[in-house]
Design a protein around this ligand. Structure first.
Ligand SMILES: C[S@@+](CC[C@H](N)C(=O)[O-])C[C@H]1O[C@@H](n2cnc3c(N)ncnc32)[C@H](O)[C@@H]1O
Length: 235
């Protein structure tokens, strides 16, 4: 199993700074890193893979390049992955039969849905026994928890939204309580443990492997994890 060290984290945090100016560079790096994470647990070549909340088209290129039968799903018909032949659908009611998919992937969507546990249950429902779920999200108390209003969300979500609107002359894309929700690291860990699936990975997504120990420290883990990565195998 490859060890993920500091160099990878520095590389990822560098490209994150390019999200607005060079989205292709950012999403392509995230997609390649996601492929490598999944490839540790599942043979992607020939696997059916549903990407819940797929967003841009970069993940399609990378997962299809690895041989996966990749299907993007998003509730927004205007996103590139859907315009590229993906499925319009709601993460909380996946239009798929029970146990019908090898891999169900969802990156940076959980914090945007009203019923995160319901969405995670849906992802597990459509995964075949022995199949893999990868769920990753930015928790609210992460330095990036308020997304474009960060780090002012630490002083209050609504306050951060007002500050952003004052400074930029328009409201932020993500509105707390509407399109961005206060999910914690504890929420994800609790869901994973109660899910009945085998938890293969639970650790900060972008940090070196050794940072997984952080998750043992309530409070501190909410601030330092940045983004929680969960990989589960359905029994
Ligand atoms: C921040 S983007 C993440 C895109 C990509 N997965 C990534 O990792 O960069 C969140 C995506 O989730 C989609 N989304 C939000 N709520 C959803 C829902 N209930 N059902 C399906 N897609 C949803 C949004 O339209 C958006 O494309």
């Amino acid at each position: 199993m490859p060890r993920r060290g500091l160099r990878r984290s520095v590389r990822l945090f560098r490209v994150f700074l390019l999200e607005q100016s060079e989205p292709d560079v950012f999403y392509s790096a995230l997609a390649h890193d996601s492929r490598d994470l999944l490839a540790e647990w599942v043979e992607l070549d020939g696997a059916s893979l549903v990407d819940v909340g797929a967003g841009p088209a970069d993940f399609a290129r990378v997962f299809r390049g690895a041989g996966a039968r990749y299907v993007p799903l998003d509730h927004d018909p205007t996103v590139a992955s859907v315009r590229d032949g993906g499925v319009v659908g709601d993460a909380s009611r996946l239009p798929l039969a029970d146990g019908s998919v090898d891999v169900v992937f969802s990156s940076n969507v959980w914090e945007h849905v009203r019923d995160p546990r319901g969405v995670a249950d849906e992802m597990l429902r459509v995964t075949r026994p022995g199949g893999v779920v990868l769920l990753s999200y930015t928790n609210w108390l992460s330095p990036w928890g308020g997304h474009e209003t960060s780090p002012w969300h630490w002083l209050g979500g609504e306050r951060a939204v007002r500050r952003y609107a004052r400074r930029h002359g328009h409201p932020p894309k993500n509105r707390v309580g509407e399109t961005l929700h206060r999910v914690s690291v504890a929420d994800g860990l609790r869901w994973a443990r109660a899910s009945g699936a085998e938890v293969l990975v639970a650790r900060p997504r972008y940090l070196p492997d050794a940072a997984r120990h952080l998750l043992r420290v309530p409070g501190l883990r909410e601030v330092l994890t940045w983004n929680l990565l969960l990989v589960l195998r359905r029994r």
